[in-house]
Design a protein around this ligand. Sequence first.
Ligand code: UN1
Length: 512
Amino acid sequence: VKDFGIEKSLKNLGIKSENKGTSTGGKFFASGKTIESYSPSDGRLIGKIKTSAEKDYDKVIETAQTAFKEFRMIPAPKRGEFVRQLGLKLREYKDDLGKLVSYEMGKSLQEGLGEVQEMIDICDFAVGLSRQLHGYTMHSERPGHRMYEQYHPLGIVGVITAFNFPVAVWAWNTALAWICGNVTIWKPSEKTPFCAIACQNIMMEVLKENNLPEGISSVLVADHEIGQLLVDDKRVSLISFTGSTKVGRMVSSKVAERFGKSILELGGNNAIIISKDADLDMSIIGAVFGAVGTAGQRCTSTRRLIIHEDVYDEVKNRLVKAYGQLKIGNPLDENMHVGPLIDVHAVNQYEMAIENCIQEGGKFVVEGGVLEGKNYESGCYVKPCIAEVENSFEIVQHETFAPILYLIKYKTLEEAIEIQNDVPQGLSSAIMTQNLREAELFLSQAGSDCGIANVNIGTSGAEIGGAFGGEKETGGGRESGSDVWKYYMRRQTNTINYTANLPLAQGIKFDL
Ligand code: UN1
């Protein structure tokens, strides 16, 4: 089996065959069972990890609580300096970490490197922000009074991430949480534990070089029962959760029950509307990358194409041709377009979705199927496929994390927008058109109901500078850019009286 330099990268990232998972920055808390992580690319065992038991969990929380008391008193721009250093380290380790992401998760090397780039970008973004974090000053109705608001850190931020963006989502959360003065506990997906351990190893260098105490950045490698403890724990002020709508619904109500805060990044069912006024060359590239990139395992993957009847056949034929040219294989091999799904369970889901689609009357114009034989030994490689469907099919209303693309025909733009919005999810959406009226209608309040709406860009590949997230069953959370940092802080309104009188608000008289 060709190695693609992965052994060397694992070594550079401090990954061994036997590892301890959970750490608070220097100390390890790993007295639980041992898990293994296999690469979906070649099926090989990457290594073993000792996970955490319940008593380890308590130690991690206590360490984080103590660290918070110290960390919140460090000025925000100084905390920004630590984030700047993390960004520098990530630049140093970009190739190794990108390669590990590709190997353990299965996305192409280009996309693995792109993910690390998102980490670097959010660090840069956070450094600047660390000198801002500002509130408003308002005018008081009372003479000699001043009123303003300020933002304070929350405390412990729990970050629960999915396998599909095994490193970037942690960085989006941690970089912001840190400059805001919080400490973080990261519970990564059990499917990609080594990506998390590698990030924590990189982080450990920053912590050590700055003499920072244990508990500012922790990684908690454990099963979902320990994850449940984190969700239920009053000591954890904010839970940032990325994952399925099913689990997200539970997380949301559990956190709400204890009046905690949550950021939810759940499923998407993203569509591109291809108008008769679209640039079709651009549309095909956008659609194919959106549908097959990361083997259809992004929250922002393109799942539906809503195509105008005048260009429907042409788009279909060009897609069929483009799919015929896709190379499926080892994601570390730069000649490949599509890598494997994360595991055999995901392959079963893919097969079931195809089956359900056929049963509901879907017609496949590019057939799917599981690949076997040489280079496909892991059993995780599948063929990207395309089906003509009705938007109302149950399977089309549902997010399947696999490269299955659905085609739907439309006559008027109003109808297309209605189809686009007629799913339970509301993450990303796009229109391909050169017609200004169409583009503006799509972006208006009568247009897309998603958190992300693009013109002449596909649905995936959002930049970190904007707020990332979606509506409806996507959960309503926002991460990354814009003013998202406010989620990581508590707001306080302050009124100061600098006179010798005590006038009451609302003109109330109260004399003694
Ligand atoms: C996700 O799929 O969980 O827009 C996040 C994108 C990436 C983020 C995706 N920047 O595709």
